[in-house]
Ligand binder design. Structure first.
Ligand code: ATP
Length: 137
């Protein structure tokens, strides 16, 4: 069955939303295969966000992801990659649809980086790569 890498970002952990986010993943019918709270390192984030290097939001994004612990999750289930991205909602929490994690729980805080509570892999290739980065192979 398919697997995806989900991160509860530092804003989600700090606001005490980890439980609610996990509950939504489980309520949708996906299985939690792995779960740990970790403090990311610059090296790890450079790998995870390699595709964004050089973009204007890259440095603020890395600083934000270093600002507190994250909860890394491997979720499992048929079509979980697309399913979780749908649960998460679109990137900008201001306009993410109500009913989604970002739409219900997130907002714009007027910062350089969108603090949008969660990350989810966007393809099977990204999922395999990102699970390797956060959990090893
Ligand atoms: P992901 O689940 O990987 O976060 P995404 O498609 O929502 O997927 P990406 O485009 O991969 O987001 O960007 C990674 C992260 O960088 C976003 O989740 C957000 O926190 C931040 N970000 C993306 N675009 C912007 C932007 N234009 N301005 C500020 N922050 C941004």
């Amino acid at each position: 069955t398919e697997r995806t890498l989900i991160l509860v970002k530092p804003d989600g952990v700090k606001r005490g939303l980890t439980g609610q986010i996990i509950a939504r993943i489980e309520a949708k019918g996906y299985t939690i295969a792995e779960l740990k709270q970790v403090s990311a390192t610059r090296e790890l984030l450079a790998q995870h966000y390699a595709e964004h290097e050089g973009k204007p939001f890259y440095e603020p994004l890395v600083e934000f992801m270093l600002s507190g612990p994250v909860v890394a999750i491997v979720a499992e289930g048929h079509a979980v990659i697309t399913g979780f991205r749908s649960l998460a909602g679109t990137t900008d929490p201001t306009t993410a649809a109500p009913g989604t994690i970002r739409g219900d729980l997130g907002r714009d805080w007027g910062l350089k980086v969108q603090q949008n509570l969660v990350h989810g892999s966007d393809s099977p290739e990204s999922a395999a790569r990102e699970i390797g980065i956060w959990f090893g192979n």
